[in-house]
Design a protein around this ligand. Structure first.
Ligand code: AMP
Length: 535
């Protein structure tokens, strides 16, 4: 027997239409590429998204077409998210920090029909133009006054002129909720990037989870996603915030500490989200100017492990760090670190041990860890193995790729991360499968070594990599960047590890460098370090 409830498909425009109706005057504030701060409410955002949807149809964009974006976090990008998906096309957010050949690959692989771009990225598109195969046109996300006098891009379209003549109403098509809505390629460190193809249903369910798992995401809150909209949909903020009517603040291209500090104070931001590197810059800036963030209560930190020093630095400023883990393939929220009631009674040290874990899954994410033979391992916080996940916002394969070994017959997705799970379901990442250091049959977690190194007051950033060793197979080596004007000898840093890890896990040597290489999404590029320092 079937239930007798309405079949109300979970489609993306419904989120915006809800926000327009219920929170129409709640602001979206954007720092723009052109300079000034732009502000309007959800009602106006919805009007302009509908105008854009009409304009896209006029351009010949239809269901299943892919539209690329090369853009910062800003209100026009937000409108594009909703307009493109709303008419059944696919919003392909392109990460401009990818290498040129990767950019060319994904634009052609996705078959982007149009590309919307911020003025910042015009030179980049011009440089690669000849290699883009099927792109029919480029829409510059600005007004007439700021259109470049000359550009090599053929028939550049001005965004404001494109939408101006269109009606601000639309009957959104009644799409099947499983229709593809968005596309994001992983910034793979080897091989070609792979695309995760999101659907309306996965996006809406993920937005529910976003609001459910993150404290402070509500109509009273002000959310500033620093994590880019070109990287896994800014972790869901552009959908989660309107779903509850939170004010949204977009930082545009200025992600340095001083700019973020000013914007956060000015707009009374209560919740922000980003990778540790960004927060390192912000904390350094706050130290330099001797100020605090006036209104921020929570920082969602993920993308790479959040060091203890960072959790403490924010706690000192009255800000709670919420550590989380996820991937492009998991939309991205996988596990989020919020305590259970019984854990509120833990002492400060145990609380810190817990906070360093990546977190526990909420409803909608199934997890397990498995050994090399695929056997499930116990949830004892000690055994570690490959982390596998399953759920309605986890990819079931890659865009235009044959089935891969990443997915098994039972539908589990192999994350490529190595983790422990404790009895309460808290996941702690031990490493990436390929970054773990295998010394004499024992596995050493590079993340653990990095966390210890970074806790040393002279260390700004650290990477632990495997160095080939005739006797042990591999041995740990630390590559570190020191804080400005700091001095530190290799032995001194090695001594700092005493008592914190087993003797055999202490790095054999330390290389001090000016800076570490990072991937397009701010992660340390370990492969490059291994090539340079791995022998
Ligand atoms: P991406 O798909 O580019 O977002 O990268 C996802 C990968 O980032 C994961 O598979 C992890 O290896 C890493 N990652 C994400 N969050 C964390 C975290 N909180 N701690 C450690 N690594 C993380």
């Amino acid at each position: 027997m079937l239930g007798q409830m309405m079949n109300w498909s979970l489609t993306i425009p419904k989120i915006l239409e809800y926000a327009a109706a219920m929170h129409g005057d709640t602001e979206i504030v954007s720092r723009t590429v052109e300079g000034p701060v732009h502000r309007y409410g959800y009602a106006d955002a919805a009007k302009r998204a509908r105008k854009l949807a009409n304009a896209l149809r006029r351009l010949g964009v239809g269901e299943g077409d892919v539209v690329g974006t090369l853009a910062w976090n800003g209100y026009r990008h937000f409108e594009i998210y909703y307009a493109v998906s709303g008419i059944g096309a696919v919003c392909h957010t392109i990460n401009p920090r990818l290498f040129a050949e990767q950019l060319v690959y994904i634009v052609n692989h996705a078959a982007d029909k149009y590309i919307f771009l911020d003025l910042t990225f015009v030179p980049l598109a011009e440089k690669l133009l000849a290699q883009f195969k099927g792109v029919k046109g480029f829409v510059l996300m600005t007004d007439r006054a700021h259109m470049p006098a000359a550009t090599a891009l053929p028939n550049p379209i001005c965004y404001e002129e494109l939408i101006a003549p269109e009606p601000d109403s639309i009957a959104w098509p009644d799409l099947d909720e499983n229709t593809a809505s968005g596309l994001c390629y992983t910034s793979a460190t080897t091989g070609n990037p792979r695309g995760a193809l999101y659907s309306h249903r996965s996006t809406v369910l993920h937005a529910f989870a976003h609001c459910m798992r993150l404290p402070g995401i509500s109509a009273e809150g002000v959310m500033l996603p620093v994590v880019p909209m070109f990287h896994v949909n800014a972790w869901g903020a552009p959908y989660g915030a309107p779903m509850v009517g939170a004010k949204l603040v977009f930082p545009g291209p200025n992600l340095d500490g001083a700019s973020l500090h000013a914007l956060m104070d000015q707009e009374q931001v209560t919740f922000s989200a980003g990778v540790p590197t960004v927060w390192l810059n912000l904390l350094n800036h706050l130290d330099q100017v001797g100020k605090n963030l006036a209104t921020v209560k929570y920082m969602l930190i993920g993308g790479s492990a959040c060091p203890q020093a960072m959790i403490e630095a924010f706690a000192k400023r009255g800000i709670e760090v919420i550590h989380a883990w996820g991937m492009t393939e998991t939309s991205p929220l996988g596990v989020v670190n919020t305590p259970k009631r019984k854990q509120l009674a833990l002492g400060p040290q145990e609380r810190m041990q817990l906070a360093l874990k990546q977190g526990r899954p909420g409803f909608g994410v199934e997890i397990k860890i498995a050994d090399a033979e695929g056997r499930a391992l116990p949830w004892d916080g000690k055994a570690f193995g490959t982390l596998k996940v399953r759920g309605p916002w986890v990819c079931s394969g890659y865009f235009r790729q044959p089935p891969m070994a990443t997915h098994d017959a039972e539908g589990w997705f192999d994350t490529g991360d190595v983790a422990t799970i404790d009895a309460d379901g808290f996941v702690e990442l031990v490493d990436r499968t390929k970054d773990v250091i295998k010394s004499g049959g024992e596995w050493i977690s590079s993340i653990q070594l990095e966390n210890i190194a970074i806790a040393h007051p002279a260390v700004q950033e650290a990477a632990a990599i495997a160095r080939r060793d005739a006797k042990w197979g591999e041995r740990p080596r630390l590559v570190v960047v020191l804080r400005k004007d700091a001095k530190l000898g290799a032995d001194e840093l090695r001594d700092f590890f005493a008592g914190k890890v087993a003797k055999w896990a202490v790095p054999d040597d330390v290389v001090i460098v000016e800076q570490l290489p990072h991937t397009a999404t701010g992660k340390i590029l370990k492969r490059e370090l291994r090539d340079k320092y791995g022998t």
